[in-house]
Ligand binder design. Sequence first.
Ligand SMILES: [Zn+2]
Length: 529
Amino acid sequence: MYNFIIRNAKILDGAGNPWRIGDVAISGEKIAKVGDLSQEKAITEIDAAGLYLSPGFIDIHTHSESLLFQDGRAHAHLLQGVTTNVLGQCGSSPYPVTQLRKESSDKSNLEITWETTGDFLEQMKNKKLSVNAVPVVGQGAIRQCVMGFNPSKPTSEQMDEMKKLLKEAMDSGCYGVSTGLIYTPSSYADADEIIELTKVISEYDGLYFSHIRGENDFVLEAISEALRVGREANVPVQISHLKAMGKHMWGKSVDILNLIDSAREENIDVTFDQYPYKASATGLGAILPPWAHEGGAYKMRERLADPVLRDKMRQDIIDGVGNWISIYKGVEFDNILITDTMDDDTIVGKTISQIAKERGNEDPFKTCFDILENHEGRISIVYFTISDEDIERIMKHPLMMVGSDSSARPIDGPLTTGLPHPRTFGSFITVLATYVRDKGILTLEEAIRKMTSAPAYRLGLWDRGLILPGNKGDLVLFDLAELGTKSDYTDPVQYPTGIKKVFVNGILSVDNGEHTGAAAGYLLRKNKC
Ligand SMILES: [Zn+2]
């Protein structure tokens, strides 16, 4: 007797094979049997005629670490069929922590009760999680622990200290390390420093995730840098949220993909992920040149109070500084929308241009600088910067995986402020409904592969991502015709239609589109149980 038999489903195996009609039995936390199970019985039998059954979706690029730590219900992701989140992307993770990091950090609502990555993961392990979590450590976090917001090259002692922290994180079960090379202090590391550091993970079969140093004018140079890290540190590389940003760069995806293809011909093990949206999301601070961030957020606000430095910032935002190009270029204030502040709802949901108009038609640069100066904590934005053509070209590439670049928000409670990017609620649904069903950009089988076995294989999650007997029972049952999301930029908090059931480790976690309250996810630590 099995716990569940899902009967007559169109089974998408996750490997990209054409769907086949069959039954899938779940016993305990595993897939017990696949095939014709008409002679077998289960406690719960599900008639899935006409529906697709696929492995649970693995979101290879999330920022869920702090959120899941505080509230693991994960509605925004689970209700899309996402059963696993990869944490700690873009150089950023709340672990590890040192005194120097505490002193140089901006205000946060997360109470710090750990020091090492291992401490954090030990606590995380005991949290109730509705999705599985795959830990990755941020290089920016590690650098801040050792050097604060000091932009200089590390001394050899500092380098050793950083390596020690990374080693500790990998020993504690992390799957790799990430950089966020447009964010300070991650961006203070040059390629040599990143190579030196990431050599540590090559001993652990770890993956180097890179939010590269630029996604606009110097995107090719930035990709080349990530590839160089792969070559010289001998590590596999995952380029995060691949795109070409700014109107003046539209069409560059051709060169970008050529560069990546030729790197693989030279045996560099590189893959990438993408979210299916034309707007990016980040903190408004990312508009400022790197020097404005030196010393941390307090220092940044101090500089913003100085009119001379404001003029210099404005000039640098327009012209760039060396290889640094502001996210402002090819976007401008009409296309930058404030989505969250920690202390002022009156500006949320408006573009900087709109706010400037409301403030007596003032110069939008002044508006932008005032917002940054006057609000303590992070100002979140979305900004419209990517072309449809580039999204589609990148999506079609076999190396592409789906990553939402978002956090798995719960449905209610204190962590649900602001307007998150709609990718939070709709990345996986949008790929399937818009890019598979409506536009025919991908076949269903290929899209599912990019959400399941491709990330599982990349990470070494050997018992997930494929519907095979013995694998973990992470499964999604959906109706392709009904699949849809109304989540958009000004009204993002919307849950999808068409997801019938989601199983996490063999437990029914979504039933008829509703969270069952199950918390069946595990913290998956590499080489640990
Ligand atoms: Zn990023």
